[in-house]
Ligand binder design. Sequence first.
Ligand code: ZN
Length: 486
Amino acid sequence: MKTVTVSLLAALALSGGTAVAAPKPKAKPVAAAPALASEPVEVQAAALRDAALKSDVAYDFVAQMTTRFGARPAGGEAERKASEWSVEELKKMGFQNVHLQTFPLYGWERGAESIEITAPFPQKLVGTALGGSTAGVADAEAVLFETYQEFLDSKADVTGKIVVILQPMARASNGSGYGRMSGSVRSGGPGVAQKRGAVGFVLRSLGTETDRFAHTGATTWSDGKGIPAMAISTPDAEALRRILKMQGKGEAGPLRLRMASGAKFLGLGQSQNVVADVVGTEKPNEVIVMGGHIDSWDLGTGAIDDASGLGITMAAAKTIIDSGLKPKRTIRVVFWGSEEVSQPEGFGDAGGGKFRDAYRDNLSNFIAAGESDFGAGKVYAISLMPTEDKTFLTKLGNVLYPLAVYIDAKAVPTGGVDSGPLHESGVPAFDLEQDGYDYFDVHHTANDVIERVDPAQMKQNVAAWTATVWMMANTNVTFTRPEIKK
Ligand SMILES: [Zn+2]
């Protein structure tokens, strides 16, 4: 109750209300921001939280990004133009030290592609090539496996055949069903199939819906020496499973597929991170990092993956800039380049790794790093590395509880693809855990468009980031630093 009362007063002050709104009228009547500036950090955080709940900045940013640039494949022209445009926008918004960090990247591009059943029941399927896979035509008998493990365990001769994996992905609010499969069947499946003599590889899309969309995603970089590898939509995988059953009963003959992929390897090009600061007034060397990735798969417009992550973290910082309050520590917003890629073995990291490398000498001053790369749904918990500062946790909890967000003391934050390299180098991660129950209905499909973003949920998300980052930037909190691995 206390939190609500205080936050209402502070929000009034923040929105330009009169000095009457200031809870402690000890000073003479002043403008809104200075009144708030003298309040305790948790009162400020609550006011910022409530301002973020009213802000359309994140949603508008996603609309702009997806409308102006559409899909933004890693290392491509749209990604570069979107990055250059972002630099100008962030400067206009009042960010400081706004700049690009460029780095080399091997490019891959989808070409014309198709997949169809040629026997026993000829028909077209909805499928799409995996990123980093090789072009070619495979016209052959298909061998179906219910699960990836079944394929790995099987002694079946797949020489000259197309391997098809029908395993469905588990739906889980925290997205855990995805990690278990993207790192195994999608990354490794095509290479294993090729080693066993297969001429093509097909997997059921790593998606949780039954809409007829194929979900792309990166497989291990094949350098044009692999076999065609595709994901088919979940309804098409179900159709193949029915055929498998019919074969078992002697009601259908051998299944034949024809897959054609015109994927191209573009050689060595360039990608870039966008970096923007709100410079700290007292301890500018101490840095809180947050961001998302600016590249996207080519099928949709990358609204949920991951223009939303850019919008959410940028809007959190902009809410702070617009309040007139100044953080004591530096808040650094990053639009990481080229998250959605595999690269040749031994080539090195893409955006997240290059960002870490650029700040090697100051990483011991990085207080915490978080990324938003799980759509625009509601935040329900926050996980942090351990801290001695129990007051910080109490205050942060009080600011977040009205948003229906709790502090998840059991979870160990590790960051994602982009902030993970920082974590590996000793920077504490923090994760704002989102409800991703339907995230993989859309992820990496042509259906990843702004219509899948819920503006109200997105505002709650921005509010949670805003309050959390303000609390980190304006206290002396430090977190247990993870072991340095790289
Ligand atoms: Zn992403």
